[in-house]
Ligand binder design. Sequence first.
Ligand code: NAP
Length: 248
Amino acid sequence: MYKLKDKVAIVTGASKGIGAGIARQLAADGAQVVVNYASGRSGADQVVADIDAAGGTAVAVGADVTDAAQVAALVTAAIDRFGRLDIVVNNAGIYQLAEIGDTTEELYRRQFDINVLGPLLVIRAAAPHLGKGASIINIGSNVTRVLPPGSAVYTGTKGALDAITGVLARELGPRGIRVNAVSPGMIETEGTHAAGAIGSAFQAWYENLTPLGRIGQVRDIAPIVAYLASDDAGWVTGEIILGSGGMR
Ligand code: NAP
């Protein structure tokens, strides 16, 4: 049963990590998927090839989510290619930890630009094309509950995104557009490998405090997003769903 049949999705930051897993999941559930990337063209092409090989439909489109013109072109590409837009997943994001003494304006601006301005620009560009039954899903983080020391800026971006999710659920609800967030716990991705988190003392600390006793995998998050994207979640909006093994 293809629960996203006839729906068209944009997934930002889908060249690797959680976004790539979400793109694959939405395609497996029947959606036609725009696989967005910023610098990872080859990764996005591989995701598209995997989706094609599995019998799905996808296209890779490059766009930096902090650039309004590129974001507008991303949405136009989705409409031109597939004729409609139903699902927007704001996944593109970065995490750069720093204690307050090492927190620079550059670190602040880069994280807020990608993690907060990016989703706002994407939703602004997409909203005119969305109608009744459409679903916007923002990828937050359980750091807003865990409040890890050294994450003031990153956690601030995800707190802002949670608030934006709630506001836009109210603002777009009268048009039948749902807006929700999924907040993952620590997930093994290219990003967490590059950050040195996998195999670190932080991972051991994290797992020790997680009721389900492990960090997450991309497959733990993608089905939650697919559910929120589907009509099964037609009465769910303004929610922040933790996918964190109970860690909060
Ligand atoms: P990742 O492996 O580092 O992948 C990040 C993705 O974001 C890449 O596809 C990258 O594209 C894209 N991206 C970065 N800057 C972009 C920009 N300006 N425009 C468009 N795309 C951009 O990260 P991840 O671990 O999968 O994390 C994905 C999301 O989940 C983030 O929002 C993160 O905050 C959130 N999250 C992650 C975890 C975790 O433990 N992994 C936990 C909670 C929340 P290119 O490669 O093409 O540059």
